[in-house]
Design a protein around this ligand. Structure first.
Ligand SMILES: Nc1ncnc2c1ncn2[C@@H]1O[C@H](COP(=O)(O)OP(=O)(O)OP(=O)(O)O)[C@@H](O)[C@H]1O
Ligand SMILES: N[C@@H](CCO)C(=O)O
Length: 336
């Protein structure tokens, strides 16, 4: 019997001004325990954790196994080995801005790579992940680990054609396209050891597609400059010890996505306006985590007080929340 475990961290994307550029992995992990035996039983998927009531267990409908089947199809393999048992444990909240879909796509690609012994490198696996996720910030951080900046290289016209089918059509086997090679480029950025991520997670779902649909199709020059200036400093400010709380607070501000998404997240505007390093000892910066509704705060201490203040503001807006204090998952995704 062949047994292995796929382990993929959650992630937080954007980190303020780095829309679709910056991401950090978070040390809360989805795991897949996989057993392949040579008896004649069916492929079985079981699941526990967040989303257990809603996530399909049919391997042709579940995003993890659909992604694995897409990768296998690209290698002329059309089904899982017969007796594959996959047990998913998922503590990553679905549809909340902690990269659940990116982690699921990575888990699926790593599952296929291991089952079929494809011997793809992490960057080669990222090509398949990017066919599903399309923007690199969450998935590059989850796969590579730590605090990461990334972009998609420019594609030729032929390569652009490979990207025409939607992720949904690729996953549902309604279209077939191999990914362009070496699409994703990344760099790991420094991270000060005293910084931790506090994620305050509202108990409602916000899909990334809905949160992207409220964004404008163009931006004013002052707003673009506002973000670029902050982004440049942010990439080094988060790696400097001792951390400068005030500088980080200023450079985590954003004018590209948060102002538009705040209509979808009651309480976000108040949190951004009221909570500063001056009012909350230990707090550095605050931003929307990914597409939201989770709020990411970077802080050096007093995590509980910061969280309680946010929970109070959310409660005044009739939103219940939970929270976690997490370090970056520096090693990224792995197969054990
Ligand atoms: N473990 C999983 N198993 C199956 N499907 C999943 C899993 N995790 C996520 N998904 C799919 O991804 C969807 C959520 O993706 P979405 O991009 O909207 O949010 P997110 O990835 O949690 O947030 P963000 O991209 O803002 O960080 C779920 O509704 C589900 O369809
Ligand atoms: N950069 C993405 C992250 C969420 O998947 C967004 O904010 O839409």
């Amino acid at each position: 019997m062949h047994q292995f475990q796929v382990k993929v961290p959650a992630s937080s994307a954007n980190i303020g001004p780095g829309f679709d550029v910056l991401g950090m992995s978070l040390e809360v992990y989805m795991t897949l325990d996989v057993q392949v035996s040579d008896d004649k039983s069916e492929c079985v998927l079981t699941y526990e954790g967040d989303g257990a009531e809603e996530v399909p267990l049919d391997i042709h409908k579940n995003m993890i196994t659909q992604t694995a089947l897409y990768v296998l199809r690209c290698h002329d393999i059309h089904e899982f080995p017969m007796a594959t048992k996959i047990h998913v444990k998922n503590p990553i909240p679905l549809g909340r801005g902690m990269g659940s879909s990116g982690s699921a796509a990575i888990a699926g690609v790593m599952l296929a790579n291991e089952l079929a012994q494809l011997k793809l490198s992490k960057l080669q696996m990222m090509d398949y992940v990017l066919m599903i996720e399309r923007h690199p910030d969450n998935v590059m951080a989850s796969m590579m680990g730590g605090f990461v900046g990334s972009f998609l290289r420019e594609l030729s016209n032929t390569e652009k054609e490979a990207m025409i089918p939607s992720a949904s059509d690729l996953l549902n086997n309604k279209a077939f396209s191999r990914p362009p090679e070496n699409m994703g480029r990344y760099t790991k950025l420094p991270w000060a050891p005293e910084l931790k991520a506090l994620v305050v997670i509202p108990q409602f779902h916000l899909s990334t597609s809905k949160a992207r649909s409220v964004l404008p199709s163009s931006y004013t020059k002052p707003d673009v400059i506002y973000n670029l200036q902050r982004l440049a400093l942010l990439t080094t400010a988060l790696g400097q010890t001792p951390v400068n709380h005030q500088v980080i607070h200023e450079v985590m501000k954003d004018k590209v996505h948060q102002p538009y998404r705040s209509q979808l997240i009651p309480g976000l505007q108040t949190i951004l306006a009221q909570m500063t390093p001056e009012s909350q000892p230990g707090l550095c910066g605050i931003c929307l985590s990914g597409a939201g509704p989770t709020i990411l705060s970077l802080a050096t201490d007093h995590y509980e007080e910061i969280a309680e203040k946010m929970l109070t503001i959310f409660k005044q807006n009739n939103v219940e929340c939970t929270y976690m204090v997490l370090s970056p998952a520096f090693e990224g995704a792995s197969v054990l």
